[in-house]
Design a protein. Structure first.
Length: 46
């Protein structure tokens, strides 16, 4: 399961319309026993 958490300011990432947003995985960390922290950024040129 992935529970996205969007932080910061600027252009709205999730609008009222559920359009897909291309994202790129930029970092992974293992936390505790079997928990993965995944960091994504918007894909360039998207």
């Amino acid at each position: 399961m992935i529970f996205p958490c969007v932080l910061g300011a600027g252009e709205r990432l999730f609008s009222e319309v559920s359009d897909k947003k291309p994202m790129r995985l930029v970092d992974t960390q293992t936390v505790g026993d079997g928990l993965a922290l995944l960091t994504y950024q918007p894909a360039r040129g998207a």
